[in-house]
Design a binder for this molecule. Structure first.
Ligand code: HEC
Length: 169
């Protein structure tokens, strides 16, 4: 009898020690799958599916693609991203390494799908060749540090202009 009781105790102990760890493993499994990727402004491009990334820019060797892309960019994108994609009030810089080193197919995918809930419009109505021209233009710019936070008027004014103001009579 005694031996059976001890055995039972041991068995319960074993179950008790094994179970929490099993539960823990289960929990960590589910929490990692739920864990959100750190939300940076460039997180969307990282979500481009493999198939989209693998797409090559058909205009890669087209000498006119960059110039055409620049015109399109100024018309459609500059209001948010700045004339040279350096970043503006409404949109982030596209000169960041995340974009400059991205696969052209990933940028194309972002343009096609947008990031609507974050304010980046969908450009699927723009014909595909135009979307590729934009990709060519953006990646022709190369990386640049983000624009310093100075107001354009204060930096554009030469210092001498300050002394030019006459005192009011
Ligand atoms: C109305 C403002 C607006 C316009 C116009 C706009 N964008 Fe954006 N764009 C945004 C915002 C806001 C984001 C940041 C989205 C985010 O937080 O993921 C963004 C993000 C991006 C990204 C990075 C996506 C990512 O999250 O990784 C690319 C590339 C981009 N825009 C390209 C363009 C191009 C090219 C055009 C012109 C065809 C354009 N955008 C026009 C607002 C705009």
């Amino acid at each position: 009898m005694k031996i059976r009781a001890v055995g039972l105790c041991l068995a319960t102990l074993l179950i008790c020690t094994c179970f929490p760890s099993a539960r823990e493993a289960q929990q960590t499994g589910s929490s990692t799958s739920k864990q959100k990727a750190k939300e940076s402004v460039y997180s969307e491009i990282g979500k481009a599916p493999e198939k989209a990334r693998a797409q090559h820019n058909p205009l890669e060797k087209d000498p006119d693609a960059v110039a055409a892309g620049q015109i399109l960019f100024e018309q459609r994108c500059a209001e948010c991203h700045g004339d040279r994609a350096e970043g503006g009030k409404k949109g982030p810089s596209l000169r960041a390494a995340e974009i400059q080193t991205a696969e052209p197919g990933a940028i194309f995918w972002v343009l096609t799908n947008g990031v609507v809930r974050k304010g980046m419009p969908v450009w699927s109505k723009l014909p595909e060749p135009q979307r590729w021209q934009l990709v060519s233009f953006i990646q022709s710019l190369g990386a640049a540090p983000p624009k310093p936070e100075t107001s354009p008027t204060s930096s554009a004014q030469p210092p001498a202009a300050k002394g030019a103001f006459l005192p009011r009579r």
